[in-house]
Design a binder for this molecule. Structure first.
Ligand SMILES: Cc1cc2nc3c(=O)[nH]c(=O)nc-3n(C[C@H](O)[C@H](O)[C@H](O)COP(=O)(O)OP(=O)(O)OC[C@H]3O[C@@H](n4cnc5c(N)ncnc54)[C@H](O)[C@@H]3O)c2cc1C
Length: 402
């Protein structure tokens, strides 16, 4: 009989940024990999994602250095702007000289570009590894090996199942039990703007955070500045659907930012499609595995995006998981224990740090411009910025002990 503690084949449920990173890292370590994705077509949403050096390092280690350089937009600085007056402060930035400091860039990507680069990387090593239209309904743990049960009735067996199936993970159920998400009281407007629709001063290669009481806006360039990404976070009860594809209306988006500076209104009017995403809160899990089933990314630790680390964490998880499995090929329990030991503390700290940033970005002091100036001095001094971000950016997936 087969030794069930040995891992040769891995099924990854979910072909998001975390699942594809894991698949590529596992293939490069010599595992047989199947990725089961519920979507009938592989296409990421039209939105941006910021990746700091800890995540671009992962891409580089996976042989995607060229994609990072070609597809990413590297910022030249960071600005904070006041919600109603538009007053601008240039603040210390760890992104602008990221290559020199951390050996890897801080880059803004169109999600579709990043997704395609990872997908091509997987397909180059295993052309039929990614299976589409395969919605996982449950994981059967009754046999010697875990079995993914698809909606079609098909059963897919492997030595290890990895749940990379995002915030609504079905693989999470046997590990976390029936933990219900609760609405965090925050939702986001997201949209991509062709840069040509904006005046020149809004088309810069700088990341901008607009701060105000109860809301903030993040603006940054994509595709060498051809597009501008807009994310507007709102405190309020108006929306409780957590989905990349749900749309709102221009009128509702404008209403949420009524009284905000004309530049914010201009960007909102220029957005092609106004997507709306409600943030649901779930506590970070302390235990990510049961038997030969484990989790990564949002399935294990969904987070508010206020440190811009959700995708970065999912990618780090995937890489470290592959290393842990390669280091303990014949002892799956040890591999998963090493994986969790390397990852749980860091990802939990990021979930907590992201929550703390809500109060920082939506501070009531920001209502008037003098309060805002004082806030910038207190919160965005060089040492404070270093304390908040250095430990995130300087993490090395290839050096962490497994
Ligand atoms: C507005 C916003 C802005 C953000 N900005 C940033 C940022 O700048 N930087 C950053 O690092 N992070 C950011 N994040 C967080 C980041 O998007 C997520 O943390 C990241 O996408 C998680 O990746 P994942 O692979 O774990 O999950 P997902 O990206 O959600 O992928 C899950 C995949 O699993 C598939 N799937 C789901 N259920 C099933 C099933 N039952 N069967 C088969 N397949 C299934 C889905 O179709 C999907 O392809 C942001 C999030 C939001 C909402």
């Amino acid at each position: 009989m087969k030794d069930i503690s040995t891992v040769r084949s891995v099924v990854v449920v979910g072909a998001g940024l975390g699942g594809l990173t894991a698949a590529l890292a596992l293939l490069r370590q010599g595992f047989q990999v199947t990725v089961l994705e519920q979507a009938p077509m592989l296409a990421e949403v039209g939105a941006g994602v910021q990746l700091s050096a800890n995540a671009t390092r992962v891409l580089s280690l996976l042989g995607l250095n060229e994609s990072v350089s070609e597809l990413g937009a590297e910022p030249t600085g960071k600005m904070i702007r006041h919600w109603s007056t538009g007053r601008t402060w240039e603040v210390p930035d760890l992104a602008a000289n990221s290559r020199e400091k951390y050996g890897h860039p801080f880059s803004f990507f169109h999600r579709a570009d990043l997704h395609t680069a990872l997908m091509r990387g997987v397909q180059a090593l295993a052309p039929s590894a990614i299976r589409l239209d395969c919605c996982c309904e449950s994981v059967d743990l009754t046999g010697t090996r875990p079995v993914v049960v698809l909606r079609s009735g098909e059963r897919v067996e492997a030595d290890l199942v990895v749940g990379a199936d995002g915030v609504h993970s079905c693989v999470r159920a046997p590990i976390a039990g029936p933990d219900k998400a609760r609405f965090s009281g925050l939702y986001a407007w997201r949209g991509v703007i062709p840069a040509g629709r904006l005046p020149e001063h809004l088309r810069t290669m700088v990341g901008v955070n607009w701060v105000g009481p109860g809301r903030h806006v993040v603006q940054y360039p994509l595709r060498r500045g051809e597009l501008i990404n807009f994310v507007g976070i709102v405190e309020g009860q108006g929306w409780q659907v957590e989905s990349w594809t749900q749309q709102g209306t221009l009128a509702d988006c404008l209403k949420d930012f009524e009284g905000w500076h004309e530049d914010v209104q201009t960007m909102i009017r220029a957005i092609e499609v106004h997507y709306k995403w409600a943030f649901m809160a779930r506590g970070p899990l302390q235990n990510w595995s049961t038997g030969a089933v484990t989790l990564l990314g949002d399935a294990a630790h969904p987070t508010l995006p206020f440190l811009a680390q959700g995708a970065a964490m999912a990618m780090e998880d995937g890489f470290v998981l592959a290393r842990a499995l390669a280091a303990h090929r014949d002892d799956i329990a040890q591999a998963l224990a090493s994986y969790e030991a390397a990852r749980v503390q860091r990802t939990s700290a990021i979930v907590r740090g992201s929550n703390d940033n809500t109060a920082r970005f939506h501070n009531p002091k920001l209502a008037d411009v003098d309060g805002a100036a004082q806030y910038i001095e207190e919160q965005w001094a060089a040492d404070k910025v270093r304390d908040r971000y250095e430990w995130l950016f300087d993490y090395r997936v290839d050096e962490v002990a497994v």
